[in-house]
Write a protein that binds this ligand. Structure first.
Ligand SMILES: [Zn+2]
Length: 182
């Protein structure tokens, strides 16, 4: 299965943040399982959403992690001329919610994992998919906790956010404060 075929499937799950992403995570877990890759699903507290983590290759070494979020921003009130939750291939360009941010990367990462499953890797490849990035990077926190407790942490992480096709090696920080006036 190539990345375009996977992307078509991923776009068809309307994983805007108010919806559950469990159907998408289930699809990914099944796809990985069909290629002999075990994945770990980490549910949110209410069980409505989940992160997914998988390792291809040796489990006793640090590896390279490909990471993406499974949620997309809403389409309400936007003038879409094509169905947002259906992939349209027009003149070699793929349209649909999340093609850029960031199911396109998730599809490429999954295709890479499937390819890697047929190889003998010395350095493991990790896949980390999170939920609720668009509403404050909420989902990834339990994934980070899991990695912190793991005996081998990834050597580096490639996050496939759109950056105008340029490699970005850092990201500005963020500080949020809440003021209460009485
Ligand atoms: Zn994004």
């Amino acid at each position: 299965m190539d990345s375009t075929q996977i992307l078509e499937k991923l776009i068809a799950f309307p994983t805007v943040s108010r919806n559950s992403n469990l159907a998408l995570v289930g699809y990914v877990a099944e796809l990985l399982d069909a290629h002999g890759i075990d994945s770990r699903i980490i549910h949110s507290e209410d069980g409505h959403k989940a992160n997914l983590f998988a390792t291809i290759g040796p489990a006793d070494a640090s590896g390279i992690m490909l990471s993406g979020h499974t949620d997309v921003v809403p389409v309400d009130g936007q003038a879409w001329t094509l169905p947002p939750f259906e992939m349209t291939n027009r003149d070699g360009k793929l349209y649909g919610r999340g093609t850029a941010d960031m199911k396109g990367f998730v599809a490429c990462a999954l295709a890479a994992c499937l390819k890697a499953s047929k190889m003998t890797l010395r350095t493991p490849l990790h896949l980390a998919l999170s939920y609720d990035e668009e509403i404050g990077c909420i989902g990834v926190r339990s994934l980070i906790d899991m990695l912190q407790a793991a005996p081998h942490r990834p050597l580096l992480c490639i996050v496939g956010e759109p950056t105008d096709m340029q490699v970005a090696t850092g990201h500005k920080g963020k500080l949020a404060a809440r003021a209460l006036c009485k």
